[in-house]
Design a binder for this molecule. Structure first.
Ligand SMILES: *[C@@H]1O[C@H](CO)[C@@H](O)[C@H](O)[C@H]1NC(C)=O
Ligand SMILES: *[C@@H]1O[C@H](CO)[C@@H](O)[C@H](O)[C@H]1NC(C)=O
Length: 162
């Protein structure tokens, strides 16, 4: 094979490889995979670090941990689909850019905690069907971001603290 032809082939090969690597559909991880840096875990732990001030959420972070087995978490195809933290004694300000990155979330419940401050923008949770924020100490206006949640069927924002 002539040199230019070989070079062209090589370029084609590299191009195809880069193209395939970058364009392949998002990988869905099976449960029981050791994924220390899954974005869902990073989001959950960042949320926990700001609001679980009494350390009531006991998440095992040993070498073989599987966050899909955590008490408050239910996964679908390795992504967090339900995160239910009702009655967990959480307090502090709901940090923006924490849970809002778990884009496969269907159900989020923070019912009956002592979270305060404004409710952050949750419009990136476009798969959300149920959102329970009631019985907290949130302040501020009704969050307009929730209007962008087109799949939502249950929304409880009652700001009662009783
Ligand atoms: C709210 O959560 C607290 C724990 O933080 C619990 O003791 C209390 O019973 C819960 N209240 C209701 C009405 O479920
Ligand atoms: C939340 O509101 C209740 C009732 O007003 C109050 O007793 C409690 O101290 C507040 N908690 C926080 C963390 O602000």
């Amino acid at each position: 094979m002539s040199k230019p032809k070989l070079e062209a082939l090589l370029h084609l090969f590299i191009f195809s490889w880069v193209f395939l690597t970058c364009s392949s559909t998002p990988i869905t991880y099976p449960p029981h995979t050791n994924l220390l840096f899954s974005s869902d875990v990073v989001s959950i732990l960042s949320f926990k670090s700001k609001v679980d001030l009494d350390n009531t959420l006991l998440y095992a972070l040993n070498q073989r941990f599987d966050y899909c087995q955590w008490r408050d978490v239910k996964c679908a195809q390795g992504r967090v689909a339900r995160y239910t933290l009702q009655n967990s004694g959480l307090r502090g300000v709901f940090p923006a850019n924490s849970l809002s990155r778990i884009d496969q979330l269907r159900v989020l419940s923070l019912h009956n905690n002592s979270l305060s401050g404004p409710i952050p923008d949750l419009s990136s949770l476009y798969n959300l069907k149920s959102l329970f924020l009631d019985r907290n100490n949130f302040s501020g206006a009704f969050p307009p971001s929730t209007l962008f949640l087109h799949r939502i069927t249950t929304l409880d924002l009652s700001l009662t603290t009783v």
